[in-house]
Design a protein around this ligand. Structure first.
Ligand code: LMR
Length: 401
């Protein structure tokens, strides 16, 4: 049977990372996958994670299975972090999931069983895996405009118009709660208010992908979208990831929160989410969630972690400024100052697929084919090389055109 199977195309993000690893060229630069790198280009383990692990090593007594919904302390503390200290605990079905991807997939599986005719709306562009996750679960996907023609700002009118015209009551809409992936362009607070009002008016179910909490302006500040959605909707999903803000990428720590109108409906929702999990991966892994719960549950570690998170956020911010200056210094005609308004790890550079390909083949500089750059992959050392290579890619393609 397997002889007849055609090969699947490589993943547009992770597949590129694999190609990067195999590239033997010295000085290669990786701006592909959304992983934080420090000034030396290393993805280190946070000090608070090491400390929490030391505590766990000394105190853990079992590797027995967790419940289907995971570690209870983790769900409570992660809920407070994502939804705010005063969140309506009794109206939230909270489950621990393998990463933010796991949270999205559990939500998608649940929705596909209970609302098979629902269509799911995604921003154009979005994280490519969004479409795959919901389509594989069996739901139809639709896209709404997000990026203006100039590729540097939000197409608010296009987005609102498309949803007003075509979205049906009972559809779901995936919203990037902060640090939009791949563009880095977030709606303002006023725009979020308008979006939340519209989604409520149209009877859409919001699914907030909260993979980068803390990488915009801070964990609390990044709740702007969520607060507006909460003010207008009685029902919504929040998919949290702890890969980036705790640097726990390979531990696969995430959470799904299903906010419900009543305690009773939250209980029933939880039972259904547990069923979706049981037939998928049975129950989640313990270690990463125990690390997060240890940090969030201890005032000292929590404060230290917030400082580590601020350090990551500020370094990325600094790199945005250095990149814009570096492009000017490299004599590039394109003004990249639009990057300064963008939030989180990513930026849409506006580079064309041909320019991106040229950078890869000629200069061993890797970014996603759409021109998405992981700003967290820029360092003071690689910036001059990066900026002059991008300036050259732009100049050469202009001459050819
Ligand atoms: C990314 O967009 O690079 C990250 O979310 C990692 C991934 O799984 O694609």
């Amino acid at each position: 049977m397997f002889e007849s199977i055609a090969a699947a195309p490589p993943d547009p993000i992770l597949g590129l990372g694999e190609t990067f690893q195999k590239d033997p060229r010295a000085g290669k630069i990786n701006l592909t996958i959304g992983v934080y790198q420090d000034e030396q280009g290393r993805t280190c383990i946070l000090d608070t994670v090491k400390k929490a692990e030391a505590r766990l090593l000394a105190s853990e007594t079992t590797k027995g299975y967790l419940g289907i919904d995971g570690l209870k302390d983790f769900a409570r503390l992660a809920g407070e972090l994502a939804l705010g200290q005063d969140y309506p605990l009794e109206r939230v079905a909270a489950v621990q999931t393998p990463g933010g991807t796991g949270a999205l997939r559990v939500a998608a599986d649940f929705l596909a069983v209970h609302f098979p005719n629902m269509r799911v709306w995604f921003s154009n562009p979005t994280w490519p895996n969004h479409l795959g996750i919901f389509q594989r679960a069996g739901l139809e996907s639709k896209v709404y405009p997000y990026l203006s023609d100039d590729k540097t700002s939000l197409d608010m009118t296009g987005m609102i118009d498309a949803l007003e015209r075509e979205a049906r009551a009972g559809d779901a809409i995936v919203l990037h709660a902060c640090c939009h992936n791949p563009t880095g362009i977030d709606p303002t607070a006023d725009q979020w208010s308008e979006i939340a009002e519209l989604t409520a008016q149209r009877g859409l179910l919001p699914i907030l992908d909260f993979a980068y909490q803390g990488f915009g302006d801070g964990p609390g500040e990044d709740q702007v979208a969520l607060k507006h959605i909460a003010a207008h909707h009685r029902e919504y999903f929040v998919c949290s990831s702890f890969s980036k803000n705790f640097g726990l990428y390979s531990e696969r720590v995430g959470a799904l929160f299903g906010v419900s109108p009543t305690r009773d409906s939250a209980e029933r929702l939880l039972s259904q989410l547990k069923q979706a999990i049981r037939v998928n991966y049975s129950n989640p892994p313990r270690h990463g969630a125990a690390v997060v719960a240890t940090i969030l549950g201890d005032a000292g570690l929590r404060a230290e972690w917030l400082a580590e998170l601020a350090g990551m956020r500020e370094r990325i911010h600094k790199m945005r400024h250095s990149f814009v200056q570096g492009m000017r210094a490299a004599g590039c005609e394109t003004d990249f100052s639009f990057l300064l308004n963008q939030k989180g790890m990513f930026s849409y550079s506006g580079l064309t697929p041909m320019q991106v390909d040229w950078l890869k083949t000629q200069k061993a500089i890797y970014m996603v084919g759409t021109g998405r750059m992981n700003v967290a992959g820029m360092t003071p050392d690689n910036l001059p090389i990066l900026c002059s290579a991008i300036a050259r890619a732009i100049a050469e393609s202009t001459v050819k055109a």
